[in-house]
Design a binder for this molecule. Sequence first.
Ligand code: DGY
Length: 417
Amino acid sequence: MNLDEQARDILRKNDKGGYTLPTHGLYPYQWNWDSAFAAWGFTTFDPDRGWTELETLLSGQWNDGMVPHILFHRPDPGYFPGPDVWQGRGPIASSGISQPPVAASFMAKMLAMDPAGEARARAMWPKLHAWHRWFMQWRLDEGAVCVTHPWEAGRDNAPDWDGAMKAINADDVGEYTRRDTSHVDPAMRPTKYDYDRYLKLVQIGASVNWDQAKLRAINPFRVADPTMTFTLLRAQRDMVDMGRRFGEDVSEIEDWIKVLEAGAETLWNPDIQGYDSRGVHAGTFNGVLSNASALCWYAGLNDARALPAIRRMIDAATYALASFDPEAEGFEPLRYWRGPTWPIMNYLVGSGMEEQGIDALGARIKSDTALLMQQNGFAEYYNPHDGTPAGGGTFTWTAAVWLGWAGRNLEDKRGAA
Ligand code: DGY
């Protein structure tokens, strides 16, 4: 099988009928942003199935507009923490937090690929609007979007959270059994220290039935984050474009865009010459240059200030773009979000650069991403120094990135940047 066929095969095999698993074993449910990537991947060869993926995701939307980060469609003992721990309160058993809102941006791409799906996109637009309003209502700090759990950013164990995690007392978290480390080498996963705190935050949220007003008062973890701020900013721009086409009133969203642009500026940390996360309780930057710092172009901000540090990060490893600065203390090339390169982030960053005319660097990220998959298959993430595949295998969103971007118009641009 060639790589296109392999990638399509992965999507089909991870398809549970209406929703797609990120990978069998490690992640046996529907994850929010994984699902948006899956929808786009399916649209490259089966648009009907692509639209269905987004519809299933939005069928789990809560009354307050939130779209959960996991939908537990069918019980699976192979994952922890499951629905009994989360105690979500939506129409489908779910977690109680959200995830980077990339679904609207993928919907815009899908509409361009399959204009016949317009009626389905129109029906989803108000739901996405309500979800985005939930972020604007509950997650802003000085206009930047905050996460209330490291899993909300999708970058679970990124060094960004270290300071805020220290402030969490997890002594009373109780006994539990992790399942992730029975599927994947523990050296590639977050530590027990991290997991105790992940779980403690879930217990805190469940203790107030995920009431956002109450949670805001008691949650020790609140970090303004470039992943959320930039993906929401991009999503709002795509919502305006689609809304105009559908004859919707987009004035509220245009106002949100201004708020988020101002918020993004509060994440600029001159000390690292990059966009950084900011601890809201501590009131300080975290000093972390990551692949999320490079999402500014994807958000439509063509920021020349940000380029030198990101270029240095790329030059510091063999394969663009490490999830954490390879020259920073604490860089770990195989441990999840503390170093490995992730095709999905490479797509968001690289395609954003291409859109903003940062052509050579965008092309470099794209051809590195393609090379990783050609040499090492469709892994969850890879060691940025030698390309070792890590985490889960036969990964849905990695296959989608191949089908939608990395595997298209292949050219070796490694020398060009
Ligand atoms: C996990 O279980 O590792 C997930 O990333 C949580 O979303």
